[in-house]
Design a protein around this ligand. Sequence first.
Ligand code: NOJ
Length: 561
Amino acid sequence: MTAMDEKPKRKEIAEGFAIKTWWQKGVIYQIYPLSFKDSNGDGLGDISGIIEKLDYLNDGTENSLGVDAIWLSPVNSSPMQDFGYDVSDYNNIDSVFGSMSNFRRLLDESHRRNIKVIMDLVVNHTSDQHPWFLESSSSKNNPKREWYIWKNGVNNKPPNNWQSCFGGPAWEYDSTTKEYYLHSFLKEQPDLNWRNPQVKQAIFDVIRFWLEMGVDGFRLDVVNYYFKDALLRNNPPKRPANLRDLIAGVIYSYAKHHHTYDKDQPEMFDLLKDMRELVDSYGEKLLLGEVGSDRNTEMATRYYGKNNDGLHLSFNFDFLHSPWNANSFKRIIMEWEKGLPSWAWPTYVLSNHDVVRHISRYCRGVNSEACAKVAISMLLTLHGTPVIYYGEEIGMKEGNIPKRLLKDPTGKRFWPLFQGRDGCRTPMQWDNSANAGFSNISPWLPVNRGYKTNNVKFQHDEPDSLLNTYRKLIWFRKKSPALTSGSLEFVNTNNGKVLGYKRITDNDFMTILLNFSEKEEAIQFSEEQKLSICLSLNSRRSGLIKSRILNMEPYEAIIAV
Ligand code: NOJ
């Protein structure tokens, strides 16, 4: 093995890298159910549509994408003010998506193909139409009053200075009971009071309900928001560090404060211990948390618990905000590797349903497909679980949605400064027929313009398409113990534009070299390398490299032994 130049932190191989669970070794694929496949011609994606496409996701052969798990954005009953992130019945499936029996079939059909199913658990808040909230808001004496966070105003103003993530005060006045209730998101999404043991019991029952049915895990929506300061103290103001911050604070009130008291409270860690114990009692299940914080790495890593007793996986969102630059990605990976306890397992993501699609974000549309190939070569070879977002495998771009067709409440609120999240939620592009094969009627969001040539069917037949690149990489990764389970050590390439690292197990290793630049880049190792190419992207390189110096082609990605 060649000498390693930089060692951020060597994980103990003895800990048994070979023995990994499905959620460590596998690739997770996020489905936004409203936009994946409409089976009943109402313009909205549904569960039967997902079942139709399971073979595309993994039919056990290299003709399919080969993903190991699907995470469904919420499918519970919901008035859809935030498209499912406002649940009105946790033990049911919204009729838009189908029925409970459709969901059971999805579980069976997925499991038959060795695909795990992860649900979205949205329990920081409910919908304001949830029977619990309807009761709670009916009178001050209602037994469910304390299930939510109610408080008197101060001089006809909200109880404190907390702001909603979606803009404006986080408190809504209720004229029936003459108190304010807290909502960290929309006013139609009142926050549950997790200090009330009855809330905990009710939600733990929900978790049991789905685990008993056979669900394989949960993505925990805004898991760091559940607890708020017991005294509901004001958040301290944030001094703008620059003009950008100043403007952000004017436009977006949430950015005006440090979020000292409205999230990330210490009580959360005890709750997570109990949740983890419950979930673990059902076998190899997954708790994958969304920890949204300004201090992402520090906070997100904390939620793994002190002693492997918190989340199994906590999203690292830093790639979502990274510029297209090898050093920036390297810094993020290095921080994560250093920040995590040795027993914890990282997870990486490039896109999701809340941010601009990465093909439109990185490289800003120039050489975007080449960029996307480098990005996915990285994601699928890092030490950690990759989560991919529907449509990224065909390079779906951020949709351009005219104002009159906007659906997302954040887009409606901040237009034209922020166009909201509809652009990353447009219908999946299956083929070049009307509505991109997503539906036989006009879908809930417009299909992206370029779908005639940018779709699954078209790319299926193109050997070098992005889709076939994803397939190749995923299936290659599956067979490589180093890529699925190995530790990570950086390789010094002596060139800031080229990211290099190795993945290592006791008896196996892989070298990964990624040129982030649109130009040819020369790299120089500290000693001669013997690299046998397994996969090369954006170039036709093959065979053996035996040299200290290597000229990498623009956006070239190499995976070698
Ligand atoms: C985070 C989810 O990712 C986002 O889509 C949703 O709007 C908020 N949580 C509120 O549930």
